[in-house]
Design a protein. Structure first.
Length: 81
């Protein structure tokens, strides 16, 4: 299948026929995962939300954050009653 690339507000957009989009469950606003192949090709797949991968990413970010004094505790120490 040959698809057409269009100019959309200064960016390039891939135009996917409605029939094909319906078959794979894409609609406006859907997210896709793009991969580049060694031979210069592009693979586009409908992105599925992976709950486990998301939880792992959050845990990694949380572990990388330094533990500091809670903001409320800092405010209470500096407050004048």
């Amino acid at each position: 299948m040959i698809l057409q690339i269009a100019n959309l507000d200064g960016s390039l957009a891939l135009r996917i026929p409605a029939k094909l989009a319906d078959q794979i469950g894409l609609k406006e606003g859907s997210q896709v995962q793009v991969s580049f192949t060694v031979d210069g090709g592009i693979t586009i797949r409908a992105a599925k939300w992976d709950r486990n991968a998301f939880a792992h990413e959050l845990a990694t970010i949380r572990d990388a954050m330094p533990m500091t004094v809670a903001v409320t505790e800092e405010l209470r120490r500096g407050a004048r009653y």
